[in-house]
Ligand binder design. Structure first.
Ligand SMILES: [Zn+2]
Ligand SMILES: [Zn+2]
Length: 232
């Protein structure tokens, strides 16, 4: 069967867990019990960083208190660990388009259920470099943003452009910031003025990338920028 067709069939009837490959008992599942999502739980209301039990989710975490962030809040399917981490890595490095499709649908359902879902005017994917797109066979953020945009019935706007930068893997917070600073610019066709935007990416680690993107959109007049990621 053609790869695309088999990915579609797998999406409708996933034969095995996206993370570990073990067979699934129920067809409606995408991850087995052992690989289940770990929700963010008690997390900073702004950056989504998981906090210790008993922490107030109404307060910014220590890191956020020390830096003014351009985005307002983060929605995530779950923590970047366990089954979700493996599913993201399979999708990224093994080109599992069906896994992105599953994450897109799950993220769209998650975002649509949030109390502030109705406040989103447009969905903006974080662009990946053409080199990363070639390696992965897809632009994950664009696939996820497409699913969220369809579910919320809000337009998807590719308003950010990216210059090639070295990979972020293995860099500390400060080095990542220097790396992404200047990597993004606003498309000449962008009209974000006065809009509340939802920025979509696959994985958020330090938040440096989404912060730089959010700052660029706000500098171009966006009223508010929130963030949705598959994994945090
Ligand atoms: Zn599994
Ligand atoms: Zn925080």
């Amino acid at each position: 069967m053609l790869p695309v067709l088999s990915a579609l069939t797998d999406l409708l009837y996933p034969p095995s867990c996206w993370a570990c490959g073990s067979s699934l008992e129920r067809q409606a599942q995408a991850l087995c019990g052992a690989c289940a999502l770990v929700p963010l739980g008690e997390a900073c209301r702004r950056c989504g960083e998981p906090q210790g039990p008993g922490a107030s989710t109404m307060e910014d975490c220590d890191t956020c208190r020390g830096r003014p962030l351009a985005f307002s809040r983060v929605a995530a399917l779950g923590r970047y660990e366990g089954g979700l981490r493996r599913a993201v890595q399979r999708a990224k490095f093994e080109g599992e388009l069906g896994a992105w499709a599953w994450m897109g649908k799950a993220l769209a359902d998650h975002v649509a259920a949030l109390p502030w879902a109705g406040e989103v005017d447009a969905v903006v994917p974080v662009p990946s470099t053409w080199r990363a797109r070639l390696a992965r066979g897809a632009n994950p953020a664009a696939l996820l943003a497409g699913a969220v945009s369809r579910r919320l019935e809000r337009p998807r706007r590719p308003w950010l452009l990216r210059r090639p930068t070295p990979p972020q893997v293995g860099l500390g917070r400060r080095e990542r910031l220097a790396n992404v600073e200047g990597a993004f610019r606003i498309s000449p066709e962008a009209t974000p003025s006065g809009l509340r935007l939802l920025l979509v990416d696959d994985v958020m680690t330090t938040g440096a990338t989404v912060d730089v993107c959010a700052r660029a959109l706000k500098a171009a007049g966006a009223l508010r920028v929130d963030v949705a990621v598959a994994a945090r």
